[in-house]
Design a binder for this molecule. Structure first.
Ligand code: HEC
Ligand code: HEC
Length: 218
């Protein structure tokens, strides 16, 4: 897959790039273990991950050469193009999953309490790194998704967790009010919109007033 002339230091650099992009060591893809790389059988294709990596190398080449490269034809004065790399998707994880998707799967399999515990553990371990987005928005988005699927209890727990983790904000109260309104919790919804109204910048306030008005005079 890689050109024949790629060897030595250059090959080592590419391989270390794979390892750091996926947050793994050489043995994730190669047969061998421990610190003595001379005992590894690097040319073996035994591991599925190595064969998967070949498909990935082809995919990344195709994205850059067949798709990204075409953007230059659309631009009057071609910009320098952003190259897609393993890190673009993997963000230091073997399986490049988003935090919201991981939690959604846990809610589905083991329930909301397990997901709340999992969020805390992931934050403890990964906060400040590149793997997961703990900023405001991830839990809000997950809460909206759960509510859209009719799982209001889980949605409300996730939005409470967002407030606990990232603090109060106009936008979290806007989402919370919307979910409560859809769950038939009119009084709670009005309270949330009122809390949001206090925190909102001037140009957002009309949106909160409109929702409060609508709930008071259905
Ligand atoms: C994500 C999977 C992955 C990781 C992690 C990885 N490699 Fe590789 N490595 C590959 C693949 C795929 C090839 C074959 C590329 C090809 O077919 O051209 C390869 C080829 C090699 C080769 C050439 C083997 C040959 O046949 O001559 C060496 C040497 C090597 N890797 C060393 C390393 C070292 C050292 C590390 C750790 C720093 C490492 N690799 C980490 C996937 C990986
Ligand atoms: C466009 C996004 C994207 C890019 C870029 C990308 N990957 Fe992946 N990779 C994925 C996805 C998605 C999966 C999970 C596939 C699945 O299991 O369904 C994956 C899975 C893998 C796996 C299997 C991991 C495991 O433990 O099962 C390996 C190995 C891998 N990628 C290596 C690479 C390497 C090496 C590169 C760079 C040459 C790369 N990927 C670039 C999206 C990407």
């Amino acid at each position: 897959m890689l050109p024949k002339e790629v060897k030595g230091a250059q090959l080592g650099q590419i391989m270390r790039g794979f390892a750091s992009s996926l947050g793994v060591r050489c043995e994730h893809c190669h047969v061998g273990e421990g610190p003595d790389l001379s005992k590894f059988d690097f040319s073996s294709d035994q591991k599925l991950t190595k064969r998967t990596a070949r498909v990935m190398i082809q995919m990344v080449q195709a994205i850059n050469q067949n798709h990204i490269a075409k953007l230059a034809e659309l631009e009057d004065s071609p910009q320098e193009q952003v190259e897609v790399t393993c890190m673009t998707c993997h963000r230091t994880q073997a399986k490049p999953l988003m935090l919201g998707d991981i939690l959604a799967e846990t809610i589905e399999k083991d329930g909301i309490e397990a997901a709340v515990v999992q969020y805390r553990q992931l934050k403890e371990k990964y906060y400040g790194g590149f793997a997961y987005d703990f900023s405001p928005g991830t839990l809000t988005g997950l809460g909206e998704r759960l509510a859209a699927g009719g799982n209001f209890d889980a949605a409300l727990s996730i939005l409470q967790l967002e407030i606990e983790m990232n603090g109060e904000s106009a936008s979290i109260y806007f989402t919370l009010g919307g979910v409560q309104a859809r769950a038939g919790m009119r009084e709670e919804a009005i309270k949330s919109y009122e809390s949001g109204l206090e925190l909102a910048p001037e140009d957002w306030k009309p949106f909160f007033r409109q929702q409060i008005e609508r709930l008071r005079n259905p």
